[in-house]
Design a protein around this ligand. Structure first.
Ligand code: TYM
Length: 332
């Protein structure tokens, strides 16, 4: 198995990233056998598809590296690196720009939602972003890509690009990667709006729980989370019409390692006045050790830089043969 995934190093790591993806990164790293590789990277080149304030951006990249290590990514076992340190990502993206079709990119929902009514004013990078994402995984012959539900479409595009490149060049150069999406917490929603995903780009910090939030902040955000006045039902199907209630129950279930039905067995008939404090206690118990470790790690910037440089060296070695074969397949 070759496991590859990335995260944009902007803003804080939040509960959606953790439950939707990072927890799975750690689980896959732990399940790694001999001959398997895990490559995890900070998608700093993806991040510049939107404006970044340079000083905060540089700090954010180190903080995200520290956050991943605090969550359990072991930079000895896994290969942890910054995307910009492996130039082959960008080189392969250009080659794949010859394969990807405009019609395919036009269908990408993330571009539509991020560009909104301002398509003409969006960066070209925001539009071609999924081609770089395809290069990120195809470059390493990824077999499995652990992501949240929102990245599924980008992964399907990577498969389409790989298949067309192989057909067009008469090779079987690229492996078609499988997305690994957690069944329970595939899409953690905003605490303010049950129809929007929890996101670091939401202007309201009250919409998300950051892994570095302290116990009081977590309790306050959950207390103020939007809900409805009804008590919790005993049947999980009845949550479908109540997105905010469903989100909080799903978060509880993911943190507790239970199903929604098991959570409802315990809380059916109770209102949010009782459920929210129980959820806050559970979230604090799970996140506080991560926050403590993160605060420690982020102090040693020289060590973080050393780890990332070493990770990039290992990643470059794995990437080189595939990039060379891609040039060759195109007659370059
Ligand atoms: P990013 O940085 O937005 O998010 C990182 C990971 O967290 C997941 N995620 C969520 N999961 C559940 N609920 C949510 N509310 C939520 N918000 C985020 C994302 O699905 C993702 O797995 N384009 C990617 C980064 C990327 C990448 C790649 C990923 C670049 N190249 C190659 C995989 C493979 C992104 O912006 O993720």
């Amino acid at each position: 198995m070759r496991i590859v995934s990335g995260i944009q190093p902007t803003g804080n790591l939040h509960l959606g990233n953790y439950l939707g993806a990072i927890r799975n990164w750690v689980a896959m790293q732990e399940a790694m056998g001999p001959g398997d590789d895990c490559l995890f990277f900070l998608a700093d080149l993806h991040a510049i598809s939107e404006h970044q304030e340079p000083i905060a951006f540089a700090r954010g990249i180190r903080e995200m590296a520290a956050a991943l290590i605090a969550c359990g990514i072991d930079p000895e076992r896994a290969i942890l690196f910054r995307q910009r340190d492996v130039a082959a990502h960008v080189q392969l993206q250009w080659l794949l720009n010859g394969t990807a079709r405009v019609g395919w990119l036009d269908r990408m929902t993330q571009f539509k939602s991020k560009s909104g009514k301002n398509r003409e004013g969006s960066s070209v990078a925001l539009y071609t972003y999924p081609v770089l994402q395809a290069a990120d995984v195809l470059l390493y012959q990824a077999t499995h890509v652990p992501v949240g539900e929102d990245q599924k479409q980008h992964l399907e595009l990577a498969r389409d690009i790989a298949a067309k490149f192989n057909t067009d060049t008469g090779t079987d150069l690229f492996t078609l990667p499988e997305p690994i999406i957690p069944p329970g917490a595939a899409r953690v929603m905003s605490l303010r709006d049950g129809s929007a995903k929890m996101s670091k780009s939401d202007p309201s910090d009250m919409s998300r729980i950051n892994l570095i939030d302290d116990a009081d902040t977590i309790a306050q955000k959950l207390r103020k989370a939007r809900t409805d006045p009804e008590p919790l039902p005993d049947d999980p199907a009845l949550l479908d019409a109540r997105p905010e209630a469903k989100n909080l129950v799903s978060i509880y279930a993911a943190l507790a390692g239970e199903t929604n039905a098991q959570v409802l067995q315990r809380f059916a008939g109770q209102g949010f006045g009782a459920f929210k404090p129980a959820l806050a206690d559970l979230a604090v118990a799970r996140l506080a050790p991560i926050a403590a470790r993160l605060t420690e790690l982020v102090r040693d910037t020289a060590e973080l830089d050393r780890l990332l440089a070493r990770g990039a060296e290992r990643a470059r070695a794995i990437a080189a043969p595939t990039l060379a074969k891609a040039y060759q397949a195109l007659g370059l």
